[in-house]
Design a protein around this ligand. Sequence first.
Ligand SMILES: Cc1ncc(COP(=O)(O)O)c(C=O)c1O
Length: 408
Amino acid sequence: MSKIDLKGAGFATTAIHAGHSRDPEYGALATPIFQTSTYCFDTVEEGGDVFAGKTSKYTYARTGNPTVRTFEKKIATLECAEDAIATGSGMGAISSALIGLLKTGDHVVTADTLYGCTDVVMREILPSFGIETTMVDTSNIEKIEAAIKPNTKIIYFEAAANPTMRVTDVAAIAELKKKHADIKIVVDNTFTPPPILCPIQLGADVVVHSVTKYLNGHGDVIGGVVVGTTEDVAKIRSRAVGKMTGSHQSPFNAYLIIRGMKTLDLRVRKHCANAQEMAEFLEKQPYVSAVYYPGLKSNGKNHEVAMKQFKDGLCTGMVSFEFKEGYNGKGAFENAKKFVNSLTLPGIGVSLGDPDSLIQHPASMTHANVTPEGRKEAGVTDGLIRFSVGLEDVEDLIKDFENAAKAL
Ligand SMILES: Cc1ncc(COP(=O)(O)O)c(C=O)c1O
Protein backbone atom coordinates (compact mmCIF):
# COMPACT_ATOMS: atom_id res chain seq x y z
CA MET A 1 0.00 0.00 0.00
CA SER A 2 1.39 3.40 -0.95
CA LYS A 3 1.77 5.79 1.96
CA ILE A 4 1.89 9.50 1.15
CA ASP A 5 3.56 11.79 3.67
CA LEU A 6 1.55 15.02 3.77
CA LYS A 7 3.66 16.75 6.43
CA GLY A 8 4.41 20.21 5.07
CA ALA A 9 2.34 19.62 1.91
CA GLY A 10 0.41 22.49 0.33
CA PHE A 11 -3.38 22.86 0.38
CA ALA A 12 -4.03 21.47 -3.13
CA THR A 13 -1.89 18.37 -2.45
CA THR A 14 -3.62 17.83 0.89
CA ALA A 15 -7.11 18.22 -0.62
CA ILE A 16 -6.29 15.47 -3.13
CA HIS A 17 -4.53 12.97 -0.86
CA ALA A 18 -5.65 13.48 2.77
CA GLY A 19 -7.72 10.70 4.29
CA HIS A 20 -7.08 8.29 1.47
CA SER A 21 -5.03 5.10 1.67
CA ARG A 22 -4.77 3.30 -1.64
CA ASP A 23 -6.83 0.11 -1.67
CA PRO A 24 -4.45 -2.69 -0.53
CA GLU A 25 -6.17 -5.47 -2.50
CA TYR A 26 -6.44 -4.02 -6.03
CA GLY A 27 -4.49 -0.75 -5.82
CA ALA A 28 -7.56 1.25 -6.91
CA LEU A 29 -6.69 4.96 -7.19
CA ALA A 30 -10.23 6.19 -6.47
CA THR A 31 -11.82 5.58 -3.08
CA PRO A 32 -13.99 2.43 -3.29
CA ILE A 33 -17.68 2.73 -2.38
CA PHE A 34 -18.50 0.43 0.53
CA GLN A 35 -22.22 0.21 -0.20
CA THR A 36 -23.27 -1.78 2.84
CA SER A 37 -25.68 -1.20 5.69
CA THR A 38 -24.03 -3.58 8.16
CA TYR A 39 -20.73 -5.41 8.79
CA CYS A 40 -20.27 -9.06 9.81
CA PHE A 41 -18.10 -10.48 12.58
CA ASP A 42 -16.24 -13.80 12.51
CA THR A 43 -17.78 -14.88 15.82
CA VAL A 44 -20.39 -13.81 18.37
CA GLU A 45 -17.49 -13.20 20.76
CA GLU A 46 -15.85 -10.77 18.34
CA GLY A 47 -19.17 -8.93 17.89
CA GLY A 48 -19.55 -8.75 21.67
CA ASP A 49 -16.05 -7.32 22.09
CA VAL A 50 -16.66 -4.66 19.44
CA PHE A 51 -19.99 -3.59 20.97
CA ALA A 52 -18.39 -3.57 24.43
CA GLY A 53 -15.75 -1.17 23.06
CA LYS A 54 -12.87 -3.64 23.69
CA THR A 55 -11.89 -3.70 20.01
CA SER A 56 -12.73 -1.35 17.19
CA LYS A 57 -14.46 -2.37 13.96
CA TYR A 58 -17.33 -0.99 11.85
CA THR A 59 -20.68 -2.28 13.13
CA TYR A 60 -23.50 -0.54 11.26
CA ALA A 61 -23.40 2.17 8.58
CA ARG A 62 -25.39 4.72 10.61
CA THR A 63 -22.38 4.95 12.92
CA GLY A 64 -19.54 4.51 10.42
CA ASN A 65 -18.50 3.51 6.90
CA PRO A 66 -15.02 3.32 5.29
CA THR A 67 -15.90 5.52 2.28
CA VAL A 68 -17.50 8.12 4.51
CA ARG A 69 -14.52 7.87 6.87
CA THR A 70 -12.16 8.85 4.02
CA PHE A 71 -14.15 12.08 3.53
CA GLU A 72 -14.21 12.72 7.29
CA LYS A 73 -10.43 12.38 7.54
CA LYS A 74 -9.92 14.60 4.49
CA ILE A 75 -12.07 17.48 5.77
CA ALA A 76 -10.68 17.18 9.32
CA THR A 77 -7.16 17.59 7.89
CA LEU A 78 -8.15 20.56 5.72
CA GLU A 79 -9.96 22.27 8.61
CA CYS A 80 -6.93 21.69 10.92
CA ALA A 81 -9.12 19.68 13.28
CA GLU A 82 -8.76 16.39 15.15
CA ASP A 83 -11.84 14.68 13.73
CA ALA A 84 -15.06 15.00 11.73
CA ILE A 85 -18.45 13.35 11.44
CA ALA A 86 -20.20 13.39 8.07
CA THR A 87 -23.96 13.89 7.85
CA GLY A 88 -26.69 13.58 5.26
CA SER A 89 -27.09 17.35 4.85
CA GLY A 90 -25.87 20.68 6.17
CA MET A 91 -28.96 20.95 8.37
CA GLY A 92 -28.17 17.42 9.61
CA ALA A 93 -24.72 18.69 10.62
CA ILE A 94 -26.11 21.79 12.35
CA SER A 95 -28.89 19.97 14.23
CA SER A 96 -26.53 17.10 15.19
CA ALA A 97 -23.92 19.52 16.53
CA LEU A 98 -26.55 21.38 18.57
CA ILE A 99 -28.27 18.22 19.87
CA GLY A 100 -24.89 16.62 20.58
CA LEU A 101 -23.51 19.54 22.57
CA LEU A 102 -26.59 21.08 24.27
CA LYS A 103 -29.21 20.05 26.80
CA THR A 104 -32.43 21.57 28.15
CA GLY A 105 -31.67 24.66 30.24
CA ASP A 106 -28.67 25.74 28.14
CA HIS A 107 -28.44 29.06 26.33
CA VAL A 108 -27.05 29.89 22.88
CA VAL A 109 -25.87 33.28 21.63
CA THR A 110 -26.41 33.24 17.89
CA ALA A 111 -26.09 35.57 14.91
CA ASP A 112 -29.19 37.48 13.85
CA THR A 113 -28.37 36.78 10.19
CA LEU A 114 -28.38 33.09 9.31
CA TYR A 115 -29.43 30.71 6.56
CA GLY A 116 -33.27 30.55 6.73
CA CYS A 117 -33.63 26.99 8.15
CA THR A 118 -30.90 27.63 10.76
CA ASP A 119 -32.75 30.81 11.73
CA VAL A 120 -35.90 28.75 12.35
CA VAL A 121 -33.90 26.21 14.42
CA MET A 122 -32.57 29.06 16.56
CA ARG A 123 -35.80 31.09 16.87
CA GLU A 124 -38.32 28.24 17.19
CA ILE A 125 -36.98 24.69 17.43
CA LEU A 126 -34.32 25.00 20.17
CA PRO A 127 -36.61 27.12 22.43
CA SER A 128 -39.33 24.44 22.03
CA PHE A 129 -36.88 22.01 23.73
CA GLY A 130 -36.12 24.45 26.56
CA ILE A 131 -32.89 25.77 25.04
CA GLU A 132 -32.92 29.56 25.11
CA THR A 133 -31.38 31.56 22.25
CA THR A 134 -30.37 35.22 21.97
CA MET A 135 -29.82 36.61 18.47
CA VAL A 136 -27.27 39.40 18.10
CA ASP A 137 -25.14 41.10 15.48
CA THR A 138 -22.04 38.90 15.83
CA SER A 139 -19.85 41.47 14.08
CA ASN A 140 -20.22 43.46 17.33
CA ILE A 141 -18.18 41.84 20.14
CA GLU A 142 -19.72 44.06 22.85
CA LYS A 143 -23.21 42.83 21.87
CA ILE A 144 -22.07 39.20 22.04
CA GLU A 145 -20.45 39.72 25.44
CA ALA A 146 -23.56 41.47 26.77
CA ALA A 147 -25.72 38.53 25.65
CA ILE A 148 -23.63 35.88 27.50
CA LYS A 149 -25.36 34.33 30.55
CA PRO A 150 -24.12 31.85 33.17
CA ASN A 151 -25.80 29.02 31.18
CA THR A 152 -24.45 30.05 27.75
CA LYS A 153 -22.86 26.99 26.14
CA ILE A 154 -22.50 27.97 22.48
CA ILE A 155 -21.80 31.07 20.39
CA TYR A 156 -23.00 30.26 16.86
CA PHE A 157 -22.52 32.19 13.60
CA GLU A 158 -21.80 31.90 9.88
CA ALA A 159 -18.27 33.13 9.03
CA ALA A 160 -19.79 35.07 6.11
CA ALA A 161 -23.53 35.31 6.68
CA ASN A 162 -26.16 34.06 4.28
CA PRO A 163 -27.30 36.20 2.47
CA THR A 164 -25.77 39.55 3.55
CA MET A 165 -22.10 38.39 3.61
CA ARG A 166 -21.59 40.02 7.00
CA VAL A 167 -18.19 38.78 8.20
CA THR A 168 -17.70 37.76 11.83
CA ASP A 169 -14.25 38.06 13.41
CA VAL A 170 -13.55 34.50 14.64
CA ALA A 171 -10.32 35.37 16.53
CA ALA A 172 -12.00 38.26 18.37
CA ILE A 173 -14.83 35.99 19.53
CA ALA A 174 -12.32 33.29 20.52
CA GLU A 175 -10.75 35.90 22.86
CA LEU A 176 -13.99 35.78 24.89
CA LYS A 177 -13.09 32.21 25.86
CA LYS A 178 -10.40 33.57 28.16
CA LYS A 179 -13.26 34.75 30.42
CA HIS A 180 -15.83 32.10 29.44
CA ALA A 181 -13.83 28.88 29.09
CA ASP A 182 -16.82 26.49 28.88
CA ILE A 183 -18.47 28.23 25.93
CA LYS A 184 -17.96 26.53 22.57
CA ILE A 185 -17.65 28.59 19.41
CA VAL A 186 -19.50 26.91 16.56
CA VAL A 187 -18.94 28.31 13.05
CA ASP A 188 -20.85 27.55 9.87
CA ASN A 189 -18.04 27.76 7.29
CA THR A 190 -20.17 26.93 4.23
CA PHE A 191 -19.55 30.26 2.41
CA THR A 192 -15.81 30.41 3.21
CA PRO A 193 -14.42 26.84 3.09
CA PRO A 194 -10.70 26.11 3.19
CA PRO A 195 -8.52 27.36 1.49
CA ILE A 196 -10.33 30.62 2.47
CA LEU A 197 -10.77 30.11 6.21
CA CYS A 198 -10.01 27.51 8.90
CA PRO A 199 -11.98 28.81 11.93
CA ILE A 200 -10.35 26.25 14.27
CA GLN A 201 -6.92 27.82 13.58
CA LEU A 202 -8.41 31.08 14.88
CA GLY A 203 -9.80 29.55 18.09
CA ALA A 204 -13.21 28.14 17.11
CA ASP A 205 -14.16 24.75 18.61
CA VAL A 206 -16.56 23.27 16.09
CA VAL A 207 -17.08 23.90 12.37
CA VAL A 208 -20.14 22.85 10.39
CA HIS A 209 -20.54 22.78 6.62
CA SER A 210 -23.25 22.30 4.10
CA VAL A 211 -21.04 19.99 2.01
CA THR A 212 -23.76 20.35 -0.64
CA LYS A 213 -22.01 23.62 -1.57
CA TYR A 214 -18.31 24.32 -2.28
CA LEU A 215 -16.86 21.15 -0.73
CA ASN A 216 -18.69 18.83 -3.12
CA GLY A 217 -18.90 21.63 -5.64
CA HIS A 218 -20.79 19.97 -8.48
CA GLY A 219 -24.45 20.42 -7.57
CA ASP A 220 -25.20 16.71 -7.40
CA VAL A 221 -25.12 15.87 -3.68
CA ILE A 222 -26.76 16.93 -0.42
CA GLY A 223 -24.31 16.48 2.46
CA GLY A 224 -22.98 17.94 5.67
CA VAL A 225 -20.15 17.60 8.15
CA VAL A 226 -19.25 18.59 11.71
CA VAL A 227 -15.55 19.12 12.46
CA GLY A 228 -13.93 19.51 15.88
CA THR A 229 -12.02 17.84 18.67
CA THR A 230 -11.98 14.05 19.04
CA GLU A 231 -14.10 14.44 22.18
CA ASP A 232 -16.78 16.73 20.66
CA VAL A 233 -17.01 14.71 17.45
CA ALA A 234 -17.34 11.43 19.41
CA LYS A 235 -20.17 12.98 21.45
CA ILE A 236 -21.97 14.18 18.32
CA ARG A 237 -21.38 10.83 16.57
CA SER A 238 -22.82 8.72 19.37
CA ARG A 239 -25.44 11.03 20.93
CA ALA A 240 -26.79 12.75 17.80
CA VAL A 241 -25.95 11.09 14.46
CA GLY A 242 -25.76 7.52 15.80
CA LYS A 243 -28.78 7.63 18.10
CA MET A 244 -30.96 10.72 17.64
CA THR A 245 -30.80 12.40 14.24
CA GLY A 246 -29.64 9.34 12.28
CA SER A 247 -28.36 11.91 9.83
CA HIS A 248 -25.46 9.82 8.51
CA GLN A 249 -23.99 10.29 5.04
CA SER A 250 -24.43 7.71 2.28
CA PRO A 251 -21.25 6.05 0.93
CA PHE A 252 -22.15 7.03 -2.63
CA ASN A 253 -22.49 10.69 -1.65
CA ALA A 254 -19.19 10.49 0.24
CA TYR A 255 -17.55 9.09 -2.92
CA LEU A 256 -18.85 12.03 -5.01
CA ILE A 257 -17.75 14.52 -2.33
CA ILE A 258 -14.23 13.02 -2.20
CA ARG A 259 -14.05 13.28 -5.99
CA GLY A 260 -15.29 16.89 -5.88
CA MET A 261 -12.80 17.87 -3.19
CA LYS A 262 -9.82 16.88 -5.34
CA THR A 263 -10.35 20.17 -7.21
CA LEU A 264 -11.42 22.24 -4.17
CA ASP A 265 -8.38 24.52 -4.32
CA LEU A 266 -8.75 25.31 -8.04
CA ARG A 267 -12.50 25.76 -7.86
CA VAL A 268 -12.62 27.98 -4.78
CA ARG A 269 -9.91 30.31 -6.11
CA LYS A 270 -11.75 30.68 -9.45
CA HIS A 271 -15.14 31.20 -7.72
CA CYS A 272 -13.56 33.98 -5.61
CA ALA A 273 -11.85 35.64 -8.59
CA ASN A 274 -15.09 35.63 -10.61
CA ALA A 275 -17.08 36.92 -7.63
CA GLN A 276 -14.63 39.78 -7.05
CA GLU A 277 -15.01 40.84 -10.72
CA MET A 278 -18.79 40.58 -10.59
CA ALA A 279 -18.93 42.58 -7.36
CA GLU A 280 -16.76 45.33 -8.86
CA PHE A 281 -18.92 45.35 -11.99
CA LEU A 282 -22.18 45.51 -10.02
CA GLU A 283 -20.94 48.37 -7.88
CA LYS A 284 -20.76 50.55 -11.00
CA GLN A 285 -24.30 49.80 -12.23
CA PRO A 286 -26.92 52.58 -11.92
CA TYR A 287 -29.71 50.15 -10.93
CA VAL A 288 -27.76 48.84 -7.89
CA SER A 289 -27.86 50.66 -4.54
CA ALA A 290 -25.50 48.36 -2.58
CA VAL A 291 -23.21 45.38 -3.21
CA TYR A 292 -22.43 43.05 -0.31
CA TYR A 293 -19.08 41.41 -0.98
CA PRO A 294 -16.26 41.38 1.61
CA GLY A 295 -13.65 41.81 -1.14
CA LEU A 296 -14.90 45.35 -1.82
CA LYS A 297 -13.27 48.25 0.03
CA SER A 298 -16.73 49.90 0.14
CA ASN A 299 -17.79 47.10 2.54
CA GLY A 300 -15.88 48.90 5.33
CA LYS A 301 -15.52 46.78 8.49
CA ASN A 302 -16.55 43.60 6.65
CA HIS A 303 -13.68 44.19 4.23
CA GLU A 304 -11.19 44.85 7.03
CA VAL A 305 -12.09 41.69 8.93
CA ALA A 306 -12.13 39.67 5.70
CA MET A 307 -8.64 40.84 4.74
CA LYS A 308 -7.40 39.99 8.25
CA GLN A 309 -8.89 36.51 8.60
CA PHE A 310 -9.35 35.10 5.08
CA LYS A 311 -6.29 33.59 3.40
CA ASP A 312 -4.59 34.79 0.18
CA GLY A 313 -7.08 37.68 -0.22
CA LEU A 314 -9.82 35.12 -1.01
CA CYS A 315 -13.34 35.97 0.21
CA THR A 316 -16.19 33.82 -1.12
CA GLY A 317 -17.91 33.12 -4.42
CA MET A 318 -21.14 34.69 -3.15
CA VAL A 319 -22.25 38.23 -3.99
CA SER A 320 -25.48 39.88 -2.82
CA PHE A 321 -26.78 43.14 -4.23
CA GLU A 322 -29.64 45.48 -3.62
CA PHE A 323 -31.78 47.03 -6.37
CA LYS A 324 -32.27 50.80 -6.20
CA GLU A 325 -35.75 51.87 -5.12
CA GLY A 326 -37.36 54.02 -7.84
CA TYR A 327 -34.84 53.19 -10.60
CA ASN A 328 -36.59 54.09 -13.89
CA GLY A 329 -39.69 54.87 -11.80
CA LYS A 330 -40.07 51.27 -10.57
CA GLY A 331 -39.88 49.56 -7.20
CA ALA A 332 -36.74 47.63 -6.16
CA PHE A 333 -38.55 44.27 -6.02
CA GLU A 334 -40.16 44.80 -9.45
CA ASN A 335 -36.79 45.58 -11.02
CA ALA A 336 -35.10 42.69 -9.17
CA LYS A 337 -37.66 40.22 -10.58
CA LYS A 338 -37.45 41.64 -14.12
CA PHE A 339 -33.65 41.53 -14.05
CA VAL A 340 -33.34 37.98 -12.73
CA ASN A 341 -36.02 36.70 -15.13
CA SER A 342 -34.04 38.21 -18.02
CA LEU A 343 -30.74 36.46 -17.21
CA THR A 344 -29.87 33.41 -19.28
CA LEU A 345 -26.69 31.89 -17.74
CA PRO A 346 -27.46 31.70 -14.00
CA GLY A 347 -30.16 29.25 -13.00
CA ILE A 348 -32.88 30.72 -10.79
CA GLY A 349 -32.54 28.49 -7.77
CA VAL A 350 -31.30 28.06 -4.22
CA SER A 351 -28.00 26.34 -3.32
CA LEU A 352 -24.57 27.64 -4.21
CA GLY A 353 -20.96 26.75 -4.82
CA ASP A 354 -21.60 24.86 -8.06
CA PRO A 355 -19.77 25.34 -11.41
CA ASP A 356 -23.09 26.67 -12.75
CA SER A 357 -24.02 30.16 -11.53
CA LEU A 358 -27.20 30.31 -9.46
CA ILE A 359 -29.26 33.36 -8.55
CA GLN A 360 -32.15 33.73 -6.13
CA HIS A 361 -34.39 36.15 -4.22
CA PRO A 362 -33.80 35.41 -0.49
CA ALA A 363 -36.98 37.12 0.79
CA SER A 364 -39.19 34.74 -1.21
CA MET A 365 -36.87 31.72 -1.43
CA THR A 366 -34.06 30.78 1.06
CA HIS A 367 -35.41 33.08 3.79
CA ALA A 368 -39.15 32.76 3.07
CA ASN A 369 -39.67 30.73 6.27
CA VAL A 370 -38.08 33.46 8.43
CA THR A 371 -40.65 35.86 9.97
CA PRO A 372 -40.89 39.37 8.38
CA GLU A 373 -39.35 40.81 11.61
CA GLY A 374 -36.54 38.24 11.43
CA ARG A 375 -35.85 39.15 7.81
CA LYS A 376 -35.78 42.83 8.73
CA GLU A 377 -33.30 42.16 11.56
CA ALA A 378 -31.15 40.09 9.20
CA GLY A 379 -31.16 42.78 6.48
CA VAL A 380 -33.05 40.57 4.00
CA THR A 381 -34.99 43.21 2.05
CA ASP A 382 -37.39 42.66 -0.87
CA GLY A 383 -34.88 44.22 -3.28
CA LEU A 384 -31.99 41.91 -2.28
CA ILE A 385 -30.66 39.33 -4.75
CA ARG A 386 -28.10 36.62 -3.88
CA PHE A 387 -25.77 35.47 -6.64
CA SER A 388 -23.64 32.31 -6.43
CA VAL A 389 -20.96 33.14 -8.98
CA GLY A 390 -20.09 30.02 -10.95
CA LEU A 391 -17.04 28.94 -12.89
CA GLU A 392 -18.20 30.29 -16.26
CA ASP A 393 -16.02 32.84 -18.09
CA VAL A 394 -16.68 36.03 -16.15
CA GLU A 395 -16.90 38.04 -19.40
CA ASP A 396 -19.93 35.92 -20.37
CA LEU A 397 -21.58 36.54 -17.00
CA ILE A 398 -21.02 40.29 -17.33
CA LYS A 399 -22.46 40.25 -20.88
CA ASP A 400 -25.52 38.40 -19.56
CA PHE A 401 -25.97 40.98 -16.78
CA GLU A 402 -25.61 43.86 -19.26
CA ASN A 403 -28.31 42.36 -21.47
CA ALA A 404 -30.64 41.73 -18.50
CA ALA A 405 -30.29 45.38 -17.43
CA LYS A 406 -31.87 46.44 -20.76
CA ALA A 407 -35.16 45.03 -19.43
CA LEU A 408 -35.29 47.54 -16.55
C1 LIG B 1 -24.87 28.74 5.27
C2 LIG B 1 -25.68 27.49 5.15
N1 LIG B 1 -25.65 26.58 6.14
C3 LIG B 1 -26.38 25.45 6.08
C4 LIG B 1 -27.21 25.18 5.00
C5 LIG B 1 -28.00 23.92 4.97
O1 LIG B 1 -27.37 22.98 4.15
P1 LIG B 1 -28.13 21.75 3.45
O2 LIG B 1 -29.02 22.35 2.40
O3 LIG B 1 -27.02 20.93 2.89
O4 LIG B 1 -28.92 21.07 4.50
C6 LIG B 1 -27.26 26.09 3.94
C7 LIG B 1 -28.11 25.82 2.77
O5 LIG B 1 -28.22 26.60 1.86
C8 LIG B 1 -26.49 27.29 4.02
O6 LIG B 1 -26.51 28.21 3.04
